[in-house]
Design a protein around this ligand. Sequence first.
Ligand code: F6P
Length: 540
Amino acid sequence: MADITESPEWTALAEHHAAIAGRHLRELFAEDPDRADRMTVTAGDLYLDYSKHRVTGETLTLLAALAERAGLRARIEAMFGGEHINVSEDRAVLHTALRLPPGEALTVDGQDVAADVHAVLDKMAGFAGRVRSGEWTGSTGKRITTVVNIGIGGSDLGPAMAYEALHDFADAGVSCRFVSNIDPADILGKLAGLDPEQTLFVVSSKTFGTLETLTNAKVARRWLTERLGDDAVARHFVAVSTNAERVAEFGIDTANMFGFWDWVGGRYSFDGAIGLSLMIAIGGEAFREMLAGFREVDEHFRSAPFEANMPVLMGLLGVWYTDFFGAQTRAVLPYSQRLSRFPAYLQQLTMESNGKSVRADGAPVIAQTGAIFWGEPGTNGQHAFYQLLHQGTRLVPADFIGFAEPFEDREGMHDLLTANMLAQSSALAFGKTAEEIAADGTPAAVVPHKVMPGNRPSSTLLAPKLTPKTLGSLVALYEHIVFVEGTIWGIDSFDQWGVELGKVMAMDLAPALTSPEPPSEAPDPSTGALVRRYRELRGR
Ligand code: F6P
């Protein structure tokens, strides 16, 4: 496998970067005023304006050539077709199968994947319907009003983000809470005020071996059984997992288990069974609309030519800034309070996927890989960190995400929200020159402080309304952006070996913290000293 940085396409981009890096977006727009109309693309309900990027038509051609060199077309087909592109785990990568339309066939490794997916979706919808209608009750016959999802990482962030985004669609009087951290403050805070008779726990874990989830689930089980007795577990606990044996070991009836498969990565899983809590809240129909939104972007990704392909363009722009401009981070700025967990969700999706420094074949990566994703909803971010975005020394490409229609409005707030989004992306791109500031009557000594350099790139994504369908499309968009970037870098975006060592070490260290014996050997002197200090503080 040749390193992409050694390709003529990479060299051409490096040369092109040297030629245009000094050019300002003001100049690019002055030379090519039509770019605002031309540099847009639509995928389903999503509309992307990418004209405020530091690119010309030539840049886009060169980036598309890089994608061809990396074999992106064939890779896309390999993913959709179920080839084992997760090489380090020898697995297919088939989250796109979770949203296959009914009637479309897909057999992978001899397994009828499409039938499996629809069987689970039907089982979920049946169960969600029974909980929503009150047919499924708790052990004392009362209806369920709160679902507590216990999971972490992909078994938490997806459904938690989506529930927050879509809670206007929660129309059956069932609300959700999400417990993830092994900090007792999380579960105790979430259990506070709940009526055990009306609470359903969904224990979500792909492996059913994750310390945080199993520990929280034990705390929840004790909380329940102390109040309602051991027999209550059957009516108040269900599981989502790929591991039936461990689910049964924990004491959950596998008849109340919702399965998925090793070809769905945890961070790519909430459109399948991991979305059970969400489905209970919003209903099977809204959940299926969300899947249709995913599917629309899947189909667009698979069929649109690179120059009109939203995930391809955004992925290539990610590579452009990461590798040629040296940008370290990417801000995600939803102008929607309901998307407040979207940046956190994207952190796992993007950084667990593309935070790699070896290629799929084990050789070191020469390029820079995954950017650090972060963000907050606008306008809160404006009053916190936007100062650095506008005038700091770092280049931070940003994704603005907005919606035309609010769910409810007061005092024209939604228009003000949108006006702020548009103002910020414009100010970032075009700034304000010293001459313009001086012309406003600003004293000369203050002028440099007020100069807004501009030339700070951003994408703007605009959709009609934050619905289940739009959310599905938005998530699929970022899933495929990750895929495009990972393909260019030649990495395996679907494993996560980097999280394993810390997990093992924590299990080794735990006894040293609790034992009454003198501290045993620590992995390093610093950690040893901290263990001793911790034990002193705890009187051990
Ligand atoms: O943090 C590592 C990780 O394996 C994630 O990839 C995953 O989403 C999370 O832990 C939870 O894993 P599980 O669903 O198996 O409990």
